[in-house]
Design a protein. Structure first.
Length: 253
């Protein structure tokens, strides 16, 4: 049986003793009904993990004793997902799956064709929800790294402060889009290796506007096709990240 996993934020990671409180203590005590001498695993979202034992429970706070510590290295390729925010709860789904697939960074985008428009006061609440989705996904999947979440930004803002990626891509419905296979093979031919950093831009339903696509191409993004079927934006994100994780993260053989 796998050991239950809990999250402790990096700023509280060095406290002694290690403590679970608030939502993590509630999950430990009220949902899982763990008690003194139970073994758990805690992680800080920055690659550190500790196997610990519950030593005491006081007023809803769980005290832990460290038994074994470990450090998980980041995945070999840092993948960034820049995603136009879809309507409903689909952004939560995308963030969940991106975390499970080991994405290093997520940038939510307000494209011109994005239906969702958040008020200024809604942003902190939305970001907190996204963080909880990431934590739950990491707990479930055994992932010790949480993605960094930037923004939300408009595509114009994103490209104005564009980071350099070895392989920047934009999912495209246009005729000039090439297959993932060809783009990845071309990179290997040019560099003799796989990229160490990659970006995939996923547009809203109806795709990015011509201007937004133009900015992406000007920044060096290569248009990639996701096949002959037009995918929903959340499906496009999961499909693209799965391909990149398979091609760029695994051992070469």
């Amino acid at each position: 049986m796998s050991t239950h996993r809990f999250y402790i934020s990096p700023d509280r990671w060095s406290l002694k003793p290690l403590l679970l409180d608030e939502s993590e203590a509630h999950h430990c005590l009220d949902v899982l009904r763990l008690g003194v001498r139970s073994r758990v695993v805690v992680f800080n979202g920055r690659g550190a993990e500790i196997t610990a034992e519950i030593t005491a429970i006081e007023k809803g706070v769980v005290h832990l004793k460290e038994l074994i510590s470990a450090k998980m290295e980041p995945l070999r390729c840092a993948i960034t997902l820049a995603q136009a925010i879809p309507k409903g709860k689909n952004m939560d789904l995308i963030i969940q799956k991106a975390t499970e697939l080991g994405v290093a960074k997520i940038v939510p985008l307000f494209s011109d064709r994005t239906v969702v428009q958040l008020e200024e006061g809604e942003l902190p609440k939305k970001r907190e929800k996204w963080k909880q989705v990431m934590i739950e996904a990491a707990k479930q999947s055994g992932q010790d790294w949480l993605p960094e979440v930037a923004g939300p930004l408009t595509p114009k803002q994103f490209f104005a402060e564009f980071d350099r990626y070895e392989l920047p891509l934009i999912a495209s419905l246009q005729n000039d889009a090439r297959s993932f296979k060809k783009v990845l093979a071309n990179f290997r031919e040019q560099h003799g290796r796989r990229p160490n950093s990659a970006l995939i831009l996923i547009g809203p339903e109806g795709d990015f506007t011509p201007a937004e696509t133009s900015w992406a191409k000007s920044a060096g993004c290569v248009p990639v096709s996701l096949g002959p079927i037009v995918l929903r934006t959340e499906t496009a994100a999961i499909y693209s990240l799965s391909v990149l994780a398979y091609e760029l993260q695994g051992a070469e053989g």
